[in-house]
Design a protein around this ligand. Structure first.
Ligand SMILES: [Zn+2]
Length: 278
């Protein structure tokens, strides 16, 4: 499933392809993909909007749009997208063949079409005047938060580290892959209680989170299975660098003990039973 590094990669791929283009029309083939407004209103409202910027917040993509029409009521709009399990974008010629997994098509002024493809159909889009309507309650970005702020936030929390890292109100953008990887690098057990961390361990976790996310972004994220594709079908290169996630029974790269898989908070969780401290 796409997490912060994968969404950041898709944002960067898209920036290179569609910034400056104008959306001239839109078609929605699966209405539930559009969370707000209703699909028909979405297709009407997004017309004649220029894509000025694309940013990321947590696991959300944010397209910054400006209306090209005469004296619009709301000149700026935002298209937010969440890829969930299998969502992804393709940029193709408008007459390229379309399969049954393409749910939203945005026709651009140069004859290209930006398509949202999502076999499992959990992905969602929002067209809003203010991104805070969708992402307003997210916690801080893990690559932007200061060490001091991280210490303050985690000092207030109770309970196991794994579910805490997955909590988007604690930090935005971390999912199952990078939670397991960050805990392995920090040498902390997924069931470790947040309130039991020493100051040194909190610092280790802060640095591990940033290190693993930064490295994953540098190589385009992790493509474990068909769940995550970069724009136009490329794969991410971080899969070779995984140390815990999806490494069950393989020797720990620090101590040689087989990596173990268990369930924590209903999520598959990978860790080294020896060098990650409970
Ligand atoms: Zn180990």
């Amino acid at each position: 499933m796409p997490e912060l590094p994968e969404v950041e990669t898709v944002v960067r791929d898209l920036r290179a392809l569609v910034i400056g283009r104008t959306i001239v029309s839109a078609r929605v083939h699966w209405q539930r993909t559009i969370a707000t407004p209703r699909a028909r209103a979405f297709a009407r409202q997004i017309r004649q909007h220029k894509i000025r910027a694309i940013t990321r917040r947590g696991k959300y993509l944010i397209f910054h749009l400006r209306c090209r029409g005469d004296r619009p009521v709301a000149p700026t709009k935002y298209l937010l997208a969440h890829l969930r399990m299998t969502g992804g974008f393709d940029l193709v010629a408008r007459d390229a063949p379309r399969d049954q997994h393409i749910h939203v098509c945005l026709q651009l002024d140069n004859g290209d079409e930006l398509r949202f493809r999502d076999p499992r159909k959990f992905g969602r889009m929002w067209l809003v005047d203010d991104p805070a309507q969708v992402v307003g309650k997210l916690g801080p970005e893990p690559l932007e938060i200061s060490a001091r702020e991280f210490h303050t936030r985690i000092a207030k929390r109770r309970g196991n580290l794994k579910p805490l890292l997955l909590d988007q109100k604690f930090l935005a953008g971390i999912g199952n892959i990078y939670a397991d990887e960050a805990l392995w690098y920090a040498r902390l057990h997924p069931l470790r209680q947040a309130e039991s961390l020493t100051r040194v361990e909190r610092g280790r976790l802060y640095r591990a989170i940033r290190q693993v996310l930064t490295r994953a972004i540098a190589v385009g994220g992790t493509s474990i299975d068909v769940m995550y594709r970069r724009v136009n079908g490329m794969s991410g290169g971080f899969t070779e660098s995984l140390r815990a996630f999806d490494q069950e029974e393989r020797p720990c790269r620090r101590c040689g003990t087989p990596i173990r898989k268990t369930i924590v908070g209903q999520r598959g969780t990978h860790f080294c039973p020896v060098c990650q401290i409970v």
